[in-house]
Design a protein around this ligand. Structure first.
Ligand SMILES: CC(C)[C@H](C(=O)O)[C@@H](O)C(=O)O
Ligand code: SF4
Length: 423
């Protein structure tokens, strides 16, 4: 019986020939990580277990990316606690200050997560790493604690839904639009506890960075993870980064899927997800006509804060000014993205357009640090969630979109199509 890529990774790490959906397995992990919000609780649980060392200090990551540089005393104390633990345990991959980036941008960039890996992270967007052909999923702090101690975790083998994207991408349509469209189609519970395997000629043409935007949002359809088979581009991406060996898995021809869903992308326009769910998608031709005035635009995050995302935004913002009533916040998602954007002149384009540029962290994405919205305010954001109060006041609104649409909206001060700015 054939297996999917996800099943193969789970089987191999559980030391089995074969696994079937529904089966519970204990499996060995290649990498485990947490952030400044989830690690402190994991450390407390870890200490309760009575162990005095992590299973392997080279396979544990701690990234202080959410509320740093620390925004208040509580976050400073949380970070101090994690820092002391990292030192005590000799954890090799500890990131803060000038080294910090958003965990899901930083870890693959540094070659710490690789094809064929089995990874857990105490953050729901750990699914991002599936773009490299790894099985990566978000867990709670208790699971992280046990994993840090034992290097293992249990899994119920999920079924897989295969998504096949064929056809020609229309102008200004990005991988963000494909995933928003998909979630709009299947709904926020459309892939509950399933693996979303993204495939087809369109996915093959996407860069690894753009693929990450898609796997990043698998959780927004309720999925256990998203995954893409490694190909030449993936191997090219990991070649100079890999910190250890890795193995490439692919789905068998006769693998069994829960469902196969096919999309003709030539019919897909840039999408905007209206408040307050990522499934509330509206095509830009319709959204742009609604004259929705906005107060803030955020370009960044683990969804769309990579170099190519900033490049897209710069394409629109070059020689433009943001509308006088709009605050534009741009945040490169890692130090290397920041450097590259600086050297290539992207930051200059943003500054000239009137943007404020933040340090490579989560920033306004989860409404707890910079860029918090007031009551009644609206933001267009390249992030992945637009739940009630996600970016601040419960009466504020977040509209999710691609860097192109976000940048165009910043210029016109309302939800706008890139076509309206770049003629
Ligand atoms: C703070 C963290 C636990 C949370 C997550 O798990 O996703 C955050 O990253 C988010 O995006 O809401
Ligand atoms: S950028 Fe946003 S979605 Fe990503 S890890 Fe940070 S808070 Fe979560």
């Amino acid at each position: 019986m054939g297996m999917t890529i996800a099943e193969k990774i789970l089987a191999e790490h559980a030391g089995k020939e074969e696994v079937k959906p529904g089966e519970i397995v204990m499996a060995k992990l290649d990498f485990v990580f947490g952030n400044d919000v989830t690690t402190p609780l994991a450390i407390k649980k870890f200490k309760e277990l009575g162990v005095d060392r992590v299973f392997d200090p080279e396979r544990v990551g701690i990234v202080l990316d959410h509320f740093t540089p620390n925004k208040d005393i509580k976050s400073a104390e949380q970070c101090k606690f994690s820092r002391e633990f990292a030192r005590e345990m000799g954890i090799k991959w500890f990131f803060e200050g000038g080294n910090v980036g958003v965990e899901h941008c930083l870890l693959p960039e540094l070659g710490l997560i690789l094809p064929g890996d089995l990874v857990i992270g105490a953050d729901s967007h750990t699914c991002t790493h599936g773009a490299l052909g790894a099985f990566a999923t978000g867990v709670g702090s208790t699971d992280l604690a046990v994993a840090m101690a034992t290097g293992e975790a249990w899994f119920r083998v999920p079924e897989t839904i295969k998504f096949v994207y064929e056809g020609e991408l229309q102008p200004w349509v990005t991988s963000k639009d494909l995933i928003l469209y998909t979630i709009g189609d299947i709904g926020v519970n459309g892939a509950l506890y399933k693996v979303m395997e993204f495939s087809g000629e369109v996915i093959e043409k996407l860069s690894v960075e753009q693929r990450m935007t898609m796997t990043n949002m698998a959780i927004e359809a309720g999925a256990k993870t998203g995954i893409i088979e490694p190909d030449k581009k993936t191997l090219e991406y990991v070649k100079e980064r890999a910190q250890r060996d890795y193995k490439v898995y692919k789905s068998d021809e006769d693998a069994k899927y829960h469902k196969v869903i096919e999309y003709d992308v030539s019919k897909i326009e840039p999408q905007v997800a209206f408040p307050h769910l990522p499934e509330n998608t509206v095509p830009i031709s319709k959204a742009a006509k609604m004259n929705i005035k906005i107060d803030q635009v955020f370009i960044g995050s683990c969804t769309n804060g990579r170099y190519e995302d900033l490049k897209m935004a710069a394409e629109i913002l070059e020689g433009q000014k943001v509308a006088p009533w709009v605050r534009l916040i741009v945040i490169p998602c890692s130090p290397s993205v920041y450097w590259r954007a600086l050297k290539d002149g992207l930051l200059e384009i943003f500054l000239e357009a009137g943007a404020v540029i933040g340090p490579p962290t989560c920033g306004p994405c989860l409404g707890g640090h910079m860029g918090v919205l007031a009551s009644g305010e609206r933001a267009v954001s390249t992030t992945n969630r637009n739940f009630v109060g996600r970016m601040g006041h419960p009466k504020s609104e977040v509209y999710l979109a691609s860097p192109y649409v976000a940048a165009a909206s910043a210029v016109l001060g309302r939800i706008a199509s890139p076509e309206e700015v770049v003629k």
